[in-house]
Design a protein around this ligand. Structure first.
Ligand code: FES
Length: 358
């Protein structure tokens, strides 16, 4: 046994000598990208069509993942034409699946680069970047006696995550959902089955024939509207209307809303890099790595290989846009959207103003 271990240690040292200046573990990250907890990624294990314009991706997260709470979203980074784009998607699966996987459901968005890309290109085996689950659109620990969900379009996704996780703990649930047609209802078959079993009261509104849902009409559908703890997710104008309606009824605290997020950033050449914790502000050229620019200005920064392999230099970017010096890939982050991707500072140059969590 001891001889085998010695042989194994010796062989590993030889490999280390060969792979210097980086260590063998760094090459393993390339071969097995889910093993590195510093850079969170997921592999697409399956793609399921939900409607003509929606797909569910079954994701197997890598090391470092922490299970979501029902209703939370996860930021997903996808490389589209050399630009890394981050978008937030609600987790649509139940929490704590035995297989460790979770699902997001992507709906087509008009002019949506990432949603179109995923709808057309997501395949088993594809890798995506991830951030940890976030968001306070959640059910409270103490489950309400009466619950109402008001959703429209893809707004059903976080609610589906809640229903799949916690419906067995809820006793009186009404779901009011709007979609253009019956066929366009994402998770339509599952929702209707829950209704047929008497586990939820489902009210479908098909806007193609019934017109848009107006909060004033909700009381006809759900007479005890304001007795219910309500979660709503959908387009901004619907949520604005609901918030106004609940405020007029003095029931603001009973309504919890989740809004969709968008991001627009344009790549330039160089920019101001702000290290938020130290307060240091550096003008960084487009051809200089943020690691070099920061160190030259006196910022204490972690690093290792300085060639994009070991990930020892990663920092969270709160806001901004950087270019990968190796292949020009653009990564963006928007505080409005809550994006906070980890960037490798040794191979990333500012492509506009950036604010780093360091
Ligand atoms: S990836 Fe090794 S120092 Fe940046």
């Amino acid at each position: 046994m001891a001889v085998t271990q010695k042989l194994r240690d010796g062989a590993w040292r030889v490999v280390e000598l060969i792979t210097t200046p980086v260590v063998p573990a760094d090459y393993l990250d390339v071969i097995a990208p889910l093993r590195n907890p510093t850079v969170l990624r997921a592999r697409v294990d399956a793609v399921r069509s939900e409607t003509a314009k929606a797909v569910t991706l079954v994701l197997r997260p890598g090391r470092g993942w922490q299970p979501h709470k029902p209703g939370q979203y996860v930021r997903v980074g996808v490389d589209v034409d050399g630009v890394r784009l981050w978008r937030a998607y609600s987790v649509s699966s139940a929490t704590g699946r035995a297989d460790g996987r979770f699902t997001i459901t992507v709906n087509a968005v008009e002019n949506g680069v990432v949603s179109s890309y995923l709808l057309n290109n997501a395949r088993k085996g594809m890798l995506v970047h991830l951030d940890l689950p976030d968001g306070d659109f959640q059910l409270p620990e103490k489950r309400p006696a009466k619950t109402l969900f008001v959703t429209a379009g893809s707004g059903i996704t976080p609610v589906m995550g809640m229903l799949r996780s916690a419906l067995h703990e809820l006793s009186d649930v009404v779901v009011v959902h709007s979609a253009r047609t019956a066929e366009a209802v994402v998770f339509g078959a599952e929702l209707r089955e829950l209704a047929a079993q008497g586990r939820i009261r489902l009210i479908e509104r098909h806007t193609g024939t019934d017109g848009r849902l107006k909060p004033a009409g909700l009381a006809d559908l759900v007479p005890d509207l304001f007795e219910r703890e309500t979660w709503a997710c959908g387009p901004g104008d619907l949520l604005d209307d609901l918030q106004e309606h609940w405020a007029d009824a003095g029931a603001t605290e009973r309504l919890h809303v989740e809004r969709f997020r968008t991001v627009v950033l344009v790549a330039g050449d160089g920019g101001t890099v702000t290290f938020e914790k130290s307060g240091l502000v550096v003008e960084s050229a487009g051809g200089t790595s943020i690691l070099d620019a920061g160190e030259a200005a006196g910022q204490l920064m972690k690093s290792g290989c300085r060639m994009g392999i070991c990930y020892k230099c990663v920092l969270p970017m709160r806001e901004g846009i950087v270019r990968d010096l190796r292949d020009g890939t653009i990564t963006t982050a928007s505080e409005v959207d809550g994006d906070k991707p980890l960037i490798q500072t040794c191979i990333s140059a500012a492509a506009g103003p950036c604010r780093l969590d360091a």
